[in-house]
Design a protein around this ligand. Structure first.
Ligand code: FE2
Length: 503
C-alpha cells in the first residue's frame, strides 16, 4: 500500500514509518505540515493516510476535510495523544475511517490498517454500485426521453398522413377535431369558422361530446377575448367556459374547466378556431402536446389553402370549358343550349333512379361537358346542312374520346369521365367508342345517352324539322333495350310525361 503520514513530531513520524515498513508497506511518505501534505496529495495517489490531530500550520480535522475533498475514497486515520469523545465524533462525521491513540503499538497499527483496507474495499464496491445505479437511472431517463420523442414523431406522422389524404373541406373539419381529440389532455373538441364580420363563430365539426351536452351551432366570444384569440401574436389562448356566451359547455357540474383556442389562419387572416376542452385533471398543456397542436393547426391551414387554390383552379377550368361549349353551341343555329337542357333532364333522371348525391353532382357538373370533344371536330362537319358521309361520321364519332382527353387533367372519377366517353354507347353493344354492352355501360352515361338523343330529336336541324315530343318518345320506345337502357328510358319518359301534364 502507498501510505501518507502527516505528523509534526519527527521522531514519531519516523517511528510510524518504520512500523509500516515492517508490515511490508514499502511506499510510506512522511509530511510534517498540512501544506506539505496537501501538495503531496495533489502529486501522488495514496491508499491510506495517517493524520495527526494537531499540526503546526493547521488543525488535523481541517486537513481531513481538505483531503476528503481532493480524494473522497482515501481512508484517513486520525492520530492523537489526547483524544476526546467530541474530537472522535467530529472526525468520524468529517469522514475519518479510524482513530489511533498515541502511543500505539505495531499491532494497533496493523489492526487499524486491516480495518481501513476492508473499509476501503467496501467503499469502492459501494461507489461502483452507486455509479452503476446512477448510470442505469441515466439510461432509463434517456430511454424515456427517446420513447417520448418517438411517440411524438409517430403522432406528427399520423397527423400529417391523415390531413394529406383529405381532398375536400367537408372532410377536413371532422378530421381536425378527430385528430385533436386523440391528444391525451383534451377530451371535447370543436372546430369553428370565423365569419367575415367576426361577430360570432360557426361550428363546423365536433368530437367527444355527448348528445346531452350543449353545443350550439353559433357561439359568441367577448369582443376583447375574440381579438386576443384571433390576434397574430400567439399560437393559442386559454379561456374559461363561462367566457363563452350561448352556453357552450360540457356536462360536468361544479367543474371549472379550461379551453384552449387555436386560431387557424390563411395567409395571416383568421379563418377558423379549434377549441379544445382540457380534461378535468389537466391544467396547462405539456410542451409536447402544444407542439402537436401547433403542427396540426399549421398542417390544416396549409390544407385549406391548397384546397382553396385547387378548387379555384378547377372552377376556372370548368368555366373555360363551359365557355368553349357555349361557343360551340352558339355556332349551331338549331341546337343552342343543348348541353344545358341535357344536364337538367339527366340530373332529374339520376334523382329518379335513386343515384347518390355524388352521382347527381357529377351529372350536374360533367353533363354540361358531354360533347366538349366536338371542339376537335371541324365546323364544316358539325354544321353541315345535309347528312354526313361515312368518313365525316367517323370523324364525329371521335368526339367522346377527344372530350375525355380534354378533361383528363381535372382529376375526374372514372364514373364522371364515363359521361363524356360513353354517352354514345348502345345497350345492345353497337355504340361507340368501346362497344360496351348493357350494364357494362356506366349508369350516368346511359342516362345522358337517352336525354341526349331526345334533345337531338326535338331540336330543329337544317335538313329536317324538329320532331314532336310524342314522336321522339315513340322513337325512344322503339329503341328500348336496343339503343337505350330500359330503366333509364322509363324514368325519363315518365318525367317528360309528368312535365307535360303540369303544362
Ligand atoms: Fe355527343
Amino acid at each position: 500500500m502507498k501510505i501518507l503520514i502527516v505528523e509534526d513530531d519527527i521522531i514519531l513520524g519516523e517511528l510510524l514509518q518504520e512500523c509500516l515498513q515492517r508490515l511490508e508497506h514499502e511506499w510510506v511518505r512522511v509530511c510534517h505540515t498540512g501544506v506539505e501534505a496537501c501538495t503531496v496529495i495533489d502529486e501522488e495517489a495514496f491508499d491510506c493516510a495517517f493524520v495527526d490531530l494537531r499540526l503546526p500550520d493547521t488543525d488535523g480535522l481541517r486537513l481531513l476535510v481538505s483531503i476528503k475533498k481532493k480524494d473522497p475514497g482515501l481512508p484517513v486515520v486520525m492520530m492523537s495523544g489526547y483524544p476526546t469523545m467530541d474530537h472522535t465524533i467530529d472526525a468520524m462525521r468529517k469522514g475519518a475511517s479510524d482513530f489511533l491513540t498515541k502511543p500505539f503499538t505495531l499491532q494497533d497499527v496493523a489492526l487499524t490498517l486491516q480495518r481501513v483496507t476492508k473499509e476501503k474495499a467496501l467503499l469502492l464496491q459501494n461507489l461502483s454500485l452507486q455509479l452503476e445505479c446512477q448510470a442505469r437511472k441515466e439510461l432509463e431517463k434517456v430511454n424515456r426521453e427517446l420513447e417520448s420523442k418517438i411517440s411524438e414523431q409517430a403522432k406528427l406522422f399520423h397527423i400529417s398522413k391523415e390531413i394529406d389524404e383529405i381532398r375536400s373541406s367537408e372532410d377536413l373539419y371532422p378530421c381536425i377535431v378527430q385528430l385533436a381529440s386523440t391528444l391525451e389532455s383534451v377530451d371535447k373538441v370543436s372546430f369553428f369558422i370565423v365569419p367575415q364580420d367576426k361577430g360570432s363563430l360557426l361550428r363546423m365539426a365536433s368530437c367527444g361530446w355527448s348528445p346531452e351536452e350543449s353545443r350550439p351551432q353559433r357561439i359568441m366570444l367577448d369582443g376583447d377575448r375574440m381579438r386576443e384569440v384571433l390576434g397574430n401574436g400567439r399560437s393559442h389562448v386559454l379561456i374559461r367556459t363561462d367566457e363563452i356566451q350561448e352556453g357552450y359547455a360540457p356536462v360536468d357540474p361544479g367543474m371549472d374547466r379550461m379551453l384552449s383556442c387555436w386560431p387557424l389562419r390563411i395567409r395571416g387572416e383568421p379563418f377558423g378556431i379549434l377549441m379544445a376542452y382540457h380534461k378535468a385533471d389537466y391544467g396547462a398543456l405539456s410542451s409536447g402536446e402544444t407542439r402537436l397542436f401547433d403542427f396540426l393547426i399549421r398542417k390544416a391551414s396549409l390544407a385549406v389553402e391548397n384546397m382553396a387554390l385547387y378548387e379555384s383552379l378547377i372552377s376556372n377550368f370548368y368555366a373555360i370549358l363551359k365557355s368553349l361549349v357555349n361557343a360551340l353551341e352558339a355556332k349551331d343555329l338549331y341546337t343552342g343550349k343543348h348541353s344545358e337542357r341535357v344536364t337538367l333532364y339527366a340530373t332529374e333522371v339520376a334523382r329518379k333512379l335513386g343515384c347518390t348525391g355524388a352521382q347527381i353532382e357529377s351529372v350536374q357538373t360533367i353533363g354540361y361537358l358531354h360533347d366538349i370533344g366536338k371542339i376537335g371536330v371541324q365546323d364544316s362537319i358539325l354544321n353541315k346542312p345535309g347528312s354526313l358521309t361515312r368518313e365525316e361520321y367517323e370523324v364525329v364519332k371521335k368526339h367522346p374520346v377527344i372530350g375525355e382527353s380534354i378533361v383528363s387533367e381535372l382529376g375526374l372519377s372514372p364514373e364522371e369521365r364515363s359521361i363524356i366517353r360513353h354517352h354514345h354507347e348502345r345497350w345492345d353493344g353497337g355504340g361507340y367508342p368501346d362497344g360496351l354492352v348493357a350494364e357494362g355501360i356506366p349508369l350516368l352515361a346511359r342516362i345522358v345517352s337517352v336525354v341526349d338523343a331526345f334533345d337531338a330529336m326535338t331540336s330543329k336541324r337544317a335538313y329536317r324539322e324538329a320532331m314532336s315530343e310524342e314522336e321522339s318518345i315513340a322513337e325512344l320506345e322503339r329503341n328500348r333495350g336496343k339503343q337505350f337502357d330500359p330503366s333509364a328510358l322509363d324514368a325519363f319518359v315518365e318525367l317528360v310525361k309528368k312535365n307535360r301534364a303540369r303544362g
